[in-house]
Design a protein around this ligand. Structure first.
Ligand code: SF4
Length: 282
């Protein structure tokens, strides 16, 4: 997908957390850009509008451009503290396609290396993370660094339907293996859960990591009356391809239970929502 990249100064790069992320135990979120060029069909962020720190162009043209916070390193230099538990990021993927040319994350990692927080968690699905492996290995010596790597389905045709600009599933598994080989503490995060073969997806996640498995269903209004929710594009795709049941909260609970049974049988935990994400902060 073609996209444009902009750079603009921002007032903040670290925010005090609220809601889901705060309940999971994170004290701060770190957001290097506004708008995410992965442009996933279901992305919750554009539904947050102004509350997600977005401008109208962001939520109307989600994924078509992004604006990097050009002064993020300088802001971090002032705002980082030793006790912080930081989630990067609830509103963009830090290794989104535009990051390849922007090279913002290496500058951010340099600041973290100089002033390491207590825990730093990177939430991503981007293979580009391997570009920064040396810095990540160095940071892991100074702080509890965790990578939460998103695997949303085991079925490649589903991945292409809902998140066509993201890496193929097999490539994500390879990235997880490379991160772990380098000694980076890496979780497989099944979020959001797209149409899948639940037992096979659980098996993939178990094979890829040694950690407990984190998950989350696609947000739907029947289960989550307020706040960010699944974008309309994903509802249209689901209806067109006969996957609407995956947006039914009872069905979602059944899928989560099936994944949980496989994970528990392997002697590990499967947790959704703040319960699962809390394991990233412990
Ligand atoms: S990678 Fe995450 S933040 Fe980016 S578009 Fe997809 S769901 Fe949204």
């Amino acid at each position: 997908m073609p996209f444009e990249v902009f750079h603009a100064e921002s007032k903040s790069v670290l925010s005090t957390t609220t809601g889901f992320i705060a309940q999971a135990g994170f004290t701060h979120s770190l957001t290097p850009a506004r708008n995410c060029t992965f442009g996933c069909s279901y992305c919750y962020v554009p539904t947050m509008g102004i509350y997600g720190g977005l401008k109208p162009d962001d939520w109307k043209h989600w994924g078509q451009f992004t604006t990097f916070k050009s002064n993020a390193p300088e802001l971090l230099r002032r705002q980082l503290r030793a006790g912080q538990v930081i989630y990067c990021s609830p509103v963009v993927d830090p290794y989104q396609p535009a990051e390849e040319s922007a090279e913002m994350m290496p500058r951010i990692l340099d600041e973290l290396l100089a002033r390491p927080p207590r825990i730093f968690v990177i939430q991503t699905r981007g293979s580009l993370i391997l570009r920064d492996l040396d810095k990540l290995v160095a940071l892991a010596r100074l702080t509890a660094l965790r990578v939460s790597f998103s695997i949303t389905t085991n079925r490649e045709e589903i991945r292409k339907l809902y998140e066509p600009h993201c890496s193929p599933i097999h490539q994500r598994i390879e990235v997880i293996h490379r991160l772990r080989e380098a000694g980076i503490d890496t979780f497989a995060t099944l979020a959001p859960l797209l149409p899948c073969d639940p037992e096979e997806l659980a098996g993939l996640a178990l094979e890829a990591t040694e950690r407990d498995i984190v998950g989350d269903a696609l947000h739907v209004r029947s289960a989550k009356p307020n706040g960010a929710t699944t974008r309309e594009v994903a509802f249209a795709i689901s209806e067109h391809h006969d996957y609407s049941v995956w947006l039914d909260s009872d069905f979602q609970a059944e899928v989560a239970a099936r994944i949980g049974r496989v994970v528990n049988k392997a002697g590990r935990r499967f947790g959704t929502g703040p319960e699962g994400f809390r394991w990233l902060t412990q």
